[in-house]
Design a protein around this ligand. Sequence first.
Ligand code: PGA
Length: 245
Amino acid sequence: MVAGNWKMHGDLQRSLTLAREVARGVPEGVEAVIFPPFVYLQPVIGALDGARVSVGAQDIHSEREGAFTGAVSAAMVKDIGASHVIVGHSERRAIFGESDEMVAAKFELALSVTLTPIVCVGETLDERESGNARSVVLRQLERVLARVGAEGLEAGMIAYEPVWAIGTGQSASAEQAEEMHAIIREAVARHDTAAAGRIRVLYGGSVKADNAPALFSEPDIDGALVGGASLKAEEFLEICRAAGR
Ligand code: PGA
């Protein structure tokens, strides 16, 4: 499973071109999902009609509907044909002040409209250096588990994204990532062993074509959430090919 988070980049033409290039090259057996900005979701979905690439939203609001100027609901995203949504990306948490509780509410709302949510968890550099990485990640995860249970969590996915690795070019090593992925899986197993075995845990944070093979060789890393490298079709496809090997 390889997810491409385009963030706030591109324009309509570039979005359509990138989506088509990705759709042409995704290898058999690899699930690819792209996350264009909200306004390009519908044109991209239209352009990919029938292609083996799914399209998701980068965020949704934590309330079902209401007077929330500028916000987009889970039901709206579902309505236009998107299949996935990212919740709790560290940029949403840090820049837009989203709490663990809001992120858990978004996850639950996504499930309620049968969108597949991907919840991002991860520690900052300070938190890692002060020895709190594990407790931060588990706190973020437990809030979602408390709300939807292991069964609900398993209907979505988890992305471990150490904040210090996002957009910095400094990926976690495969060993560092695997260590946290195993901790995450153990935490789910405390609720439900079978769900822990099945749930997909993606790694995100400076995934590129050259470090993807090592990350994917780890037993608890089931895919990647890719930011910068998802804006270049060939590099994103190389990551997809690594996932398929
Ligand atoms: P990056 O972003 O690959 O550019 O580090 C990852 C993410 O923010 O999901």
